[in-house]
Design a binder for this molecule. Structure first.
Ligand code: CDP
Length: 236
């Protein structure tokens, strides 16, 4: 028996016979600006599933703990059941998007060091930025959990930078979510890593290979994601 547990903007989560395992289905829908801009693209679910699978397998090889178990179809994965820590963790290597607007720095400027930002996960509030004090005072996570999340986020950044670099791609920024394993409470990387949640630029031309092509009406989304997948296929 499989029941729909949750439907998000780009994915559906279903229960399985095993209470510690869930099935994720990648949808063809794309949203931007907290759901204000919406569209559906044939093939998007398949492309994000393929790209995310490649990335989770690479992270597994580098011993980063994730919720990923296996990919079971063109659009579906099995993942470990977690309770999501309600923090969106953004990691930035190069200035873009909201950071550019907020601090008045041009997009494309390389940061002197990596920035890790926390946002409180709330569609109602528009995911406000919070710091460690907010997270502790609001009991969103413990000090140890926040330290572990930050450490893992930086490990993921190192692994992703090396991985994308081999494909001639610059990792500008990305968003991660973490969860606590239902079984043990261990913090693991959850959600997805895909061009929906990363900014990826061609190293030489700075051509965008991510959801900004949809947000900013720059190019066709499935064509862009297909191009990205092709380039990642060459990376071992
Ligand atoms: O994308 P936007 O300019 O609104 O926000 P940002 O803070 O510059 O986003 C930083 C990175 O996190 C980008 O790679 C976004 O794609 C990603 N992000 C995400 O995947 N989901 C969110 N709710 C917010 C940001």
């Amino acid at each position: 028996m499989s029941q729909l547990l949750y439907e998000g903007k780009a994915k559906k989560m279903f229960t399985t016979d095993d209470p510690n395992v869930l099935r994720v289905e990648y949808k063809n829908d794309a949203t931007a600006f907290n759901g204000q801009k919406k569209a559906s693209f044939e093939g998007k679910g398949r492309l994000n599933n393929a790209i995310c699978t490649k990335i989770f397998k690479m992270l597994q090889q580098k011993n980063v703990p994730t919720h990923y178990i296996e990919t079971i179809s063109e659009t579906e994965q099995l993942v470990k059941a977690v309770s999501i820590v309600p923090i969106e963790v953004v990691v930035r290597n190069v200035v873009a998007g909201s950071l550019s607007k907020r601090l008045g720095v041009d997009e494309g400027v390389t940061l002197a060091r990596t920035i890790v930002e926390f946002y409180y996960k709330s569609d109602e509030l528009g995911d406000p930025m919070i710091n460690t004090d907010h997270a502790l005072a609001m009991e969103i996570a413990t000090k140890d959990e926040l330290a572990e999340i930050r450490r893992l986020a930086l490990d993921v950044n190192d692994a992703l930078q090396a991985f994308f670099s081999e494909a001639g791609i610059l990792l500008v920024d990305f968003k991660l979510e973490f969860g606590k394993l239902k079984a043990t409470g261990e913090i693991v990387l959850a959600d997805e890593i895909s061009p929906d949640s990363c900014r990826l630029w061609d190293k030489e031309t700075h051509e965008k290979l991510d959801k900004d092509v949809f947000r900013r009406n720059i190019a066709d989304l499935p064509e862009t994601y297909e191009k990205l997948l092709k380039r990642l296929e060459d990376v071992k």
